[in-house]
Structures are given as C-alpha cells and as structure tokens.
Design a binder for this molecule. Structure first.
Ligand code: SAH
Ligand code: SF4
Length: 376
C-alpha cells in the first residue's frame, strides 16, 4: 500500500509496519523493550526484576554474549543460551575515511543491508542512523532516493545500529553520543519504530542518551512533524529545506507538491518547542539550482518565521547525482551565503560532510542493488 503522502512518481514499494521479523525465528533479545523482556522472563518462569537486569546488560554494558550476564543466575543464563538469541545487526563491511569517520554496512536478520556512519569527536561520537532500507521520497539529488523503498526498520534494528557501532569502536559505557537520523530513509515514514528506538536509547537504565542529543531529519512530511510534536520526551527536529521557492523545491523534492513551503512554515511555527530549542534547517547547496544570493535572502526570511538554526550542506557528489548534472557550489558562494545569513542575525554553520572519500557522507548512503537488497 502506498500512503497518500508519498508523491506521485515516487518508487512504489512500501511496507508499513515493519515486517514481523521474529515470527519464524527464535526470540531475539537484542532490541527488546523493558516490557518485552518482562514477558520473556515470565515465559521462562523468572521474576520481573530479571528483565531490568537483562535490559541493563543489553543497553548499558552492551554485552553481546549471555555468558557475560553474570548477575543472572546460572540457571537463567542456561535457559537464555538454549532458547533466546542475542543478535545485533552485524557489521559486514566498513570503510574508514581519512578524516576519521567510518561508514558501516549492517546486515539485518533477514539479510537486508543498511548503512550508518560513525564520526568521532575527541571523547564523544556522532552516529548517523538509517530508519529504512532505501527511501520512498524520491528526492532527485539523493543517492538513497534512487534506491526506492524496500522496507522499514524495526526499533530493534535502529537501536542495533547504535549498539553495533559503539561496540565496534570500543566506546566504554557512558560515552556521550549524538544521534542523527540522517542516514537512509525518511524517519517520518517510520515514526513508530524510530520512537520505539528513541525510547530504548534514552532509557536511564540503558544508554541514557538525552533527548536533545537525538535529531530526526525529515524531508517535510507535515503529518509526521505534527505527530512528533505530540511525544514527550521527543528528539529534536531538523527539516531538509533545500529550496526556497515552491517551483525549485518541487523539482528536486517531490514531497513539496504535497506540502509546500508555506504549509511547512506553518507546521514549524506550530511545533511545540521547549525552552531554547531550535529547529535545524538543512539546506543542500546545488550549484546553479539552490545557491543564488536570492536563495540566501529567501532562506533567511523562511528561517525567521520560527526559532531556527541553519545548516548549509554543500552537495556531496555521488555517481547517480553527478550523472544527473548536480554539482557542488563554488567555495566563494558558500562563504557569501553563510555571511549573508549570519549578517541577518541567523545562526548558520556549514556542514563539511565527513567521510566523503568513502562515500559515507549524507546523501551518499545507498547500497548498490545486490543479493541482499534486490530490486523489487
Ligand atoms: N530523509 C531525511 C533524512 C535522511 S537525508 C531527510 O531528507 O531529511 C539526510 C540529509 O542529507 C538531508 O538533509 C538531505 O537533504 C541531505 N542530502 C541528501 N543527499 C545529499 C547529497 N548528495 N549531498 C548533500 N546532502 C544530501
Ligand atoms: Fe529520502 Fe531524505 Fe534522500 Fe529525500 S533526501 S530521498 S527524503 S533520504
């Protein structure tokens, strides 16, 4: 079924909710919520407090073998070994950039592959996560958009990318992390599972990631933005604006034909912000298309309609995008636009995407069609 907010012309495959991946297999504790763990331990004839011990082992200590859960009784450990899997998404391929960031390919239990990026900053890390296998939105400049949509990820698979990357890079428990949903997929098309992962990840007994360190980026699904605003706590919001007139934006982001710039601005004005909270406006600079000084002035006017900060993102070239004629802006123009915006009192940063030499930067995440992710 195609939801009505997927623009005409967008790729046609769509699965919502995520498939019940666990029906045939043994239960997999990796990615279970506290409630699910309570059910699991009760089915094993154990007391409820055991669920919290397992939760802490899974998400705080990030243990990957039942043998590490030494606070559990020997008897319970034996039951877990014999009947419950502990299987996180597996990192099957990694590429490390000269700037220190690393792109990882994760294989899910059904064989599907998504990508994520680990970006270290001194004693902390920023993790770029995928929410779907592919994306239905069909933005013309984006490599993921070219894949089409294969399926949603479950909450367990989304949280699993975090656990797998933190373990892979040897971060001790308690390492501060930022999470950005800027990998593959449109998070608002999978909000239930994105929020399920958020609940797992900010639970104080687990990773305890503060809500303001998690950012969900959307291409502009107004109903999704409204729904996100109803959760408490909730992640921060980023909007991929990428165009300052409806004509230009609709050309590169088909979703703009469903919700145009004015509808977006109204949704952002109505978004219930917390004290000091800002909405991030991401703005991809495409040479000759979105990077004129006029664009800069219109972007400033849009950004002033609600509390915001602007992130200018020079286009990251990728094979499909370059062959369609998209190019990064001139350095000079990036500087001019950045000054134009800050001279108007706006908060602006230029995202020098990390991992470009490994095709690990935003918008470059796209698994080539393969045995795992075949064209449908
Ligand atoms: N689907 C969501 C989140 C994933 S895309 C969204 O669109 O917001 C994350 C960011 O990467 C978006 O701001 C998107 O505009 C940007 N992006 C996509 N392709 C890009 C490219 N080739 N170069 C630079 N940024 C790109
Ligand atoms: Fe999907 Fe975001 Fe890429 Fe658009 S920019 S196709 S919404 S991942």
């Amino acid at each position: 079924m195609q939801p009505k907010d997927v623009p005409a012309g967008a790729p046609q495959r769509w699965d919502d909710p995520a498939p019940e991946l666990e029906t045939a297999a043994r239960p997999n504790a990796a990615g279970m919520s506290r409630d699910q763990l309570r059910e699991l331990v009760s089915a094993l004839g154990e007391k409820p407090f055991r669920a919290d011990q397992i939760f802490e082992g899974l998400y705080h200590h990030r243990w990957t073998q039942w043998s590490a859960f030494t606070q559990l009784s020997k008897d319970l450990r034996a039951k877990l070994v014999s009947s419950v899997d502990l299987q996180w998404p597996e990192i099957v391929e990694s590429a490390v950039s000269s700037d220190g960031s690393a792109k990882h390919a994760f294989r899910m239990r059904d064989g599907r592959i998504v990508e994520g990026v680990h970006m270290p900053y001194e004693d902390r890390a920023t993790l770029c996560l995928s929410s779907q296998v592919g994306c239905a939105m069909g933005c013309t400049f984006c490599a993921t958009g070219k894949m089409g949509i294969l399926r949603n990820l479950t909450a367990a698979e989304i949280a699993g990318q975090v656990i797998a990357m933190l373990n892979h890079h040897g971060h001790p428990p308690g390492t501060p992390v930022n999470l950005v949903f800027m990998g593959m997929g449109e998070p608002m098309h999978n909000l239930a599972h994105v929020m399920g992962a958020f609940d797992l990840l900010h639970d104080p007994l687990g990773l305890a990631i503060p809500p303001w360190r998690v950012t969900v980026s959307t291409s502009g699904l107004v109903t999704g933005i409204q729904r996100l605003g109803t959760f408490k706590p909730r992640p921060r919001l980023a909007l991929s604006l990428n165009g300052t007139t409806d004509e230009h934006r609709s050309r590169i982001m088909p979703v703009n034909r469903v919700w145009n710039l004015d509808a977006l601005a109204q949704a952002l004005q109505a978004f219930p912000l917390e004290h000091d909270e800002l909405i991030t406006l991401e703005y991809v600079l495409l040479k000759g298309l979105t990077d004129s000084l006029e664009d800069g002035r219109r972007l400033a006017a849009f950004a002033k309609r609600f509390p915001s900060k602007i992130n200018l993102i020079p286009f990251n070239p990728h094979e499909a995008g370059t062959s369609d004629g998209f190019e990064p802006p001139e350095e000079l123009r990036i500087g001019q636009l950045s000054r134009l915006l800050s001279n108007q009192g706006l908060i602006v940063s230029v995202r020098r995407s990390r991992g470009q030499d490994i095709a690990g930067a935003c918008g470059q995440l796209a698994r080539k069609r393969s045995a795992e992710n075949p064209a449908k």
